[in-house]
Ligand binder design. Structure first.
Ligand code: HEC
Ligand code: HEC
Length: 304
C-alpha cells in the first residue's frame, strides 16, 4: 500500500542525509528513476519482513475470528487487520499484545501459554513468533556505540522478566493511593463524557483502570501485561551497555488519547492529566526499587 509517509521516506532516502534540513519542498520533484506510487520502496525492516512472511498468517488463522481490527468480538483488542498491508502496523500498535517485544513477556505468547480459548501454538509457530519478537527487540534497540566484547549475563528477554518481577514487589498500595491512581486514572473523564473505568474497570481491552483501588492495584501488580501498560522495560541501551530499566509507559496512553493508528476509534482525552498520577506512582516505586531493602515483596507480586 502506498501512502504519503512512504513517499517522503523514499524521497528522503534518495536525496540522502546531506540535503536534509534544507527544507526546500521545490527540490522534491521525483526523478524518473524514483519509485512511483505503485511501486513502494523495498521493505528494509527485517522484523517486519519476518512478521509478514511467518507470523501474519498464524495471527489471521488463530486469532482473527475474535480479534479482527474494527470489529473485535467481545471486549477484546482488534489486533488482526484483514488487509494484509495493514497487519504489521496494527499488531505492533497494541501494547496489550506485544508488550516490549521480548518473548518472555509479550502477551502474544504469554496469553496463549497461560491457556486462552483452548488455542495452542505448534512448535513451528512458537519458533516463528519467538524469532520475530527477538528480531523486533534487535531492530528497535540498535547499539549506539561499540557494544561490550563480553556477552551479556542476561538476555534482553531475561532482564525484562526480572525487572518486572522486582518492580512488582516494590509497588505498594500505600504509594498507589498517595499517587491518586484510582480516582486520577480510573475516574478520569475522556472527551465523550465517559470515564476510563466505564470501559476498563475489569481490565477489558488489555488495560485496567478502576475506581476500586484494591482491585486496580491487585490486577496491575500481579499481571505483567497490565503492568506494562503503565510501566515498561526500556531496552534502548541494552545493545550498548547490556543494561535495561523500567520507565513510565507514556506511549500507550498517549497513543490512544490521540487516536494514533490503530486506535482510531478510541475516545480522546488529555494524556498529561491521566499520566500525572502514573508519574507520581512511578517516582514513589522507583525510590523503593533503588533501595531494594524497602520493597514490600522481595519475590515480586507477579502471577504471570
Ligand atoms: C474465540 C475467540 C478468541 C480467539 C480465537 C482468540 N482470542 Fe484472545 N481474547 C478473547 C477474549 C474474549 C478476550 C478478553 C478476555 C480475556 O482476556 O481472555 C481476549 C483477550 C486477549 C488478550 C488480552 C488483550 C485483549 O485483547 O483484551 C490477548 C493478548 C489475546 N487475547 C491474544 C490472543 C491471540 C494471540 C490469539 C490467537 C493466537 C487469540 N487471542 C485468539 C477471545 C479470543
Ligand atoms: C468507550 C470505551 C472506552 C473508554 C471510555 C476508554 N477506553 Fe481505552 N480502550 C477502549 C478500547 C475499545 C480499546 C482497544 C481498542 C483501541 O485500542 O482503540 C482501548 C484500549 C486502551 C489502551 C490499550 C492500548 C494498547 O496499546 O494496548 C489504553 C492504554 C487505554 N485504552 C487507555 C484509556 C484511558 C487512559 C482511558 C480514560 C481516559 C480510556 N482508555 C477510556 C475503550 C475505551
Amino acid at each position: 500500500m502506498f501512502n504519503i509517509k512512504h513517499l517522503l521516506l523514499a524521497t528522503m532516502a534518495t536525496l540522502g542525509a546531506a540535503t536534509l534540513g534544507t527544507g526546500c519542498v521545490g527540490e522534491l520533484e521525483p526523478m524518473p528513476s524514483q519509485p512511483t506510487p505503485d511501486d513502494p520502496p523495498a521493505e528494509t525492516n527485517a522484523a517486519k519482513v519476518m512478521f509478514d512472511d511467518n507470523v501474519a498468517s498464524i495471527m489471521t488463522a488463530k486469532c482473527g475470528s475474535c480479534h479482527t481490527a474494527g470489529r473485535p468480538a467481545g471486549n477484546t483488542t482488534g489486533f488482526v487487520a484483514s488487509i494484509a498491508a495493514q497487519q504489521y502496523d496494527t499488531m505492533v500498535g497494541y501494547v496489550a499484545v506485544v508488550g516490549n517485544f521480548t518473548a518472555s513477556t509479550a502477551p502474544v505468547l504469554g496469553k496463549i501459554a497461560n491457556g486462552h480459548q483452548s488455542i495452542t501454538y505448534s512448535t513451528a509457530e512458537l519458533g516463528a513468533i519467538t524469532a520475530w519478537l527477538d528480531k523486533e527487540v534487535e531492530v528497535r534497540n540498535p547499539a549506539t556505540s561499540t557494544p561490550p566484547t563480553t556477552p551479556p549475563v542476561e538476555t534482553a528477554s531475561q532482564i525484562t522478566k526480572r525487572l518486572y518481577k522486582e518492580w512488582s514487589g516494590c509497588m505498594t498500595k500505600t504509594d498507589f493511593d498517595t499517587a491518586n491512581m484510582a480516582q486520577g486514572v480510573g475516574g478520569y473523564q475522556a472527551t465523550n463524557n465517559q470515564e476510563c473505568d466505564n470501559c476498563h474497570a475489569t481490565g477489558a481491552e488489555g488495560f485496567v483502570a478502576s475506581r476500586d483501588g484494591a482491585f486496580f492495584f491487585k490486577i496491575m501488580s500481579e499481571h505483567t501485561a497490565y503492568m506494562s501498560q503503565y510501566f515498561i522495560v526500556d531496552l534502548s541501551t541494552f545493545a550498548t551497555d547490556h543494561k535495561a530499566s523500567i520507565i513510565q509507559n507514556k506511549t500507550s496512553i498517549l497513543g490512544v488519547s490521540q487516536r494514533q493508528a490503530p486506535h482510531l476509534e478510541h475516545p480522546t482525552f488529555n494524556a498529561d492529566n491521566v499520566s500525572a498520577p502514573v508519574t507520581a506512582f512511578y517516582t514513589l516505586t522507583a525510590a523503593h526499587a533503588a533501595n531494594p531493602a524497602t520493597c514490600e515483596v522481595p519475590a515480586g507480586r507477579l502471577l504471570d
